[in-house]
Ligand binder design. Sequence first.
Ligand code: B12
Ligand code: SF4
Ligand code: SF4
Length: 465
Amino acid sequence: MTVPAKVSRVPDRKLTASLKTEARRLGFDFCRIVEVGEAAHAAFFCGWLGLGRAGEMEYLGRNLEKRRNPGLLAENGPAFRSLIVLGVDHHRFDLAPEILNDPARGIIARYAWGEDYHEIMRPLLHELDGWLRGRTGRSTLGKGLVDTGPVLERDWAQKAGIGFTGKNCCTIHPQRGSWIFLATLLVPEALACDPPVAAVRAADHGVEETLAGLPAGGDYGAWQLQEEERLPQKSRQRSKVEFEEDSGESAQATCGQCTRCLDACPTDAFVGPFHLDPQRCISYWTIESRQPIPRSLRRMFGNRIFGCDICQEVCPWNQRLAERTPRLRGLTAQEERVAPPLLEGFDRRLPYWLEPGAFAERWRRSPLKRAKRAGMLRNVCVALGNWGDEAAFAGLEAAAADELALARGHAAWGLGELRRRHNDGRAAACLESLLADETDAWVREEIGVALGRGNETFAASSRRD
Ligand code: B12
Ligand code: SF4
Ligand code: SF4
């Protein structure tokens, strides 16, 4: 006999409180609830897509109506009434400058220092839904999504009060910073919603203005702190960001006049506050793209080989926070996944940049698997070229012999950087011998450019630059 679902329309406060306790027990650090409806910046998102910003991330353009309104994700079951927004703190510690700025190392973004958060959070969402079903007798499933589903997670996180949207686009919690993963769980139960957060000044600016890139000095976006979450006086004093008091009842956390993230981005990826162009972003190229990295950007990547944290590292809301380790053990930083020496993966003992089996072994359960060996070897060749030391030759020479054209082309670029910086005869000879055997038009073009002959000598490819 199937148990009938007790889906009431009246928000159940007791159930909501127990749900939050359960979410906390499972390992979520934030759990807040909003009513399902139209996402606040759906129109901005559509305009952004219309400008072609998604690039190779075609999945962002799919299920547009559902992304605008996640209520449409309920297919056969009862309508979804509540959207549970969950957040998990990840690592928070800064790398010593001698590691961060060591060009012989490849820097990996913080979110990837542990195991893949999708794999860790997804089962927890199912567990939370299972717990709720156990309490209400519901027989249909809720919908738990991390990252890949058609949900504008940052929009909902702001509405639910998990944080405010910074000019760097990130969800920032005034006390916990922006080192947070987000996830959502859609359920038919009417849960007690957390008070919506007013993006006070955001409403003053139209979609068109944001898409056009608002002037950097403006005071855009604010976050209404809930009374119980007000920052203690001490933290307020420590924060360099403006902290306004609103008639003593509530306070607003906001970017104020700060523009540090916009100024610090090495590739100038921000069109304006809140508007990022992924096709200039290191994170996009090193994680999402399967294509060659534009030559015009490569030198700006420095030693970042997977993702990029610069626009968060410089944010005052992320500074002087206490160091923390994640509560979910899988997310704990693994030392060898933070800033590996660039040449390590070419070592015969475990040549993980060169051999698929070694790559799978070294990066088991790591988010790096998303870029695959091909993308990572591409990224590493760029970092080796930016290192520019003669010691980088060994790695670049090995990558130049790889079966993947993507690797050979970027290895050629790296060798070109050595040739240019040191007038390196070894690099030039290597490039000449590669050219003799190379048949791929794009790789030939890269070799030509690396040899300083310009791409006009070679069959020009339509690929990047
Ligand atoms: C596509 C994507 C990317 C793309 C594009 C990012 C971008 N800013 O557009 C790339 C590959 C570049 C990327 C990079 C990163 N990402 Co990402 N990404 C996503 C994904 C899958 C979709 C985001 C999206 O829809 N982008 C399109 C644009 C239009 O959306 P948006 O920047 O999120 O903008 C929203 C708000 O800014 C708001 N908004 C727009 N205008 C205005 C104006 C005002 C005044 C206000 C207040 C708000 C506002 O509306 C937009 C729509 O909701 C989400 C997961 C998800 N399903 O949401 C993760 C997600 C956003 N990424 C995440 C992370 C961790 C990162 C990186 C930090 C990873 C890294 N270290 O390399 C960087 C950060 C780069 C950055 N500064 O944004 C986290 C963010 C956590 C957080 N605290 O914010 C998410 C939520 C994944 C997760 N489940 O935790 N990402
Ligand atoms: S992640 Fe890096 S490249 Fe991308 S916008 Fe931020 S600072 Fe710029
Ligand atoms: S660096 Fe400044 S402008 Fe950028 S998100 Fe942080 S507070 Fe806002």
